[in-house]
Write a new protein. Structure first.
Length: 152
C-alpha cells in the first residue's frame, strides 16, 4: 500500500466534508457544548484557497484517506515568535488508522509550514481524547496549556 500526501483541491470537497462529519462525530462525546444537529467547524473551500493555509490530504490509490490543515496564525505579542501554524482538521479513515497516515499528514503540514518560514506548530485536542493525545505525544508534541470551562 502506497500512501502519498498532497495539497487538497476544490475537487476534494465532498470527501473533505465527510471527513469533517467524522471529526465532529468523534468529538461530540468530549464536548457537551456542541449544538445538536448538523454543524460545521470549517469553511473548507476557503481554507483550500487561502495562501495562509495548507490543507493536506493523504491518498491511497486515488482515494482520500486522511486530512489536516496548517493555518498561519498571528502569535500573542509577548511570545518569541510572531506567527505559528495552527494545526486542525486532523482525520484518518478508521480502516487506515494505526498505519502511519496521521504522522505522514503531520510531517507534510510541518514541511508546508517551514516553506512559510514558520518555526512553531500548535494544535488543540480534547483532554479526554486519549488516542489523539497519545498520537500527538508520539509525534513530539508536548502539552502547553489546559483550557478549563464551567457552565453557569
Amino acid at each position: 500500500m502506497t500512501i502519498i500526501t498532497r495539497l487538497a483541491t476544490p475537487s476534494d470537497i465532498d470527501t473533505l466534508l465527510a471527513f469533517e462529519k467524522g471529526i465532529i462525530a468523534a468529538e461530540r462525546p468530549y464536548d457537551t457544548t456542541l449544538r445538536e444537529g448538523e454543524i460545521h467547524y470549517y469553511d473548507l473551500l476557503e481554507l483550500i484557497q487561502s495562501p495562509d493555509v495548507g490543507v493536506i490530504v493523504a491518498v491511497v490509490n486515488e482515494q482520500l484517506v486522511g486530512s489536516g490543515y496548517a493555518k498561519i496564525t498571528e502569535a500573542k505579542p509577548y511570545l518569541k515568535h510572531t506567527h505559528y501554524a495552527h494545526l486542525g482538521f486532523m482525520y484518518v479513515e478508521p480502516s487506515y488508522r494505526g498505519k502511519g497516515v496521521n504522522q505522514m499528514i503531520l510531517d507534510a503540514l510541518i514541511a508546508w509550514a517551514k516553506t512559510k518560514h514558520i518555526n512553531e506548530v500548535r494544535l488543540e485536542v480534547y483532554n479526554d481524547n486519549l488516542p489523539a493525545k497519545n498520537a500527538y505525544t508520539k509525534a513530539g508534541f508536548v502539552p502547553n496549556l489546559l483550557e478549563m470551562r464551567k457552565e453557569i
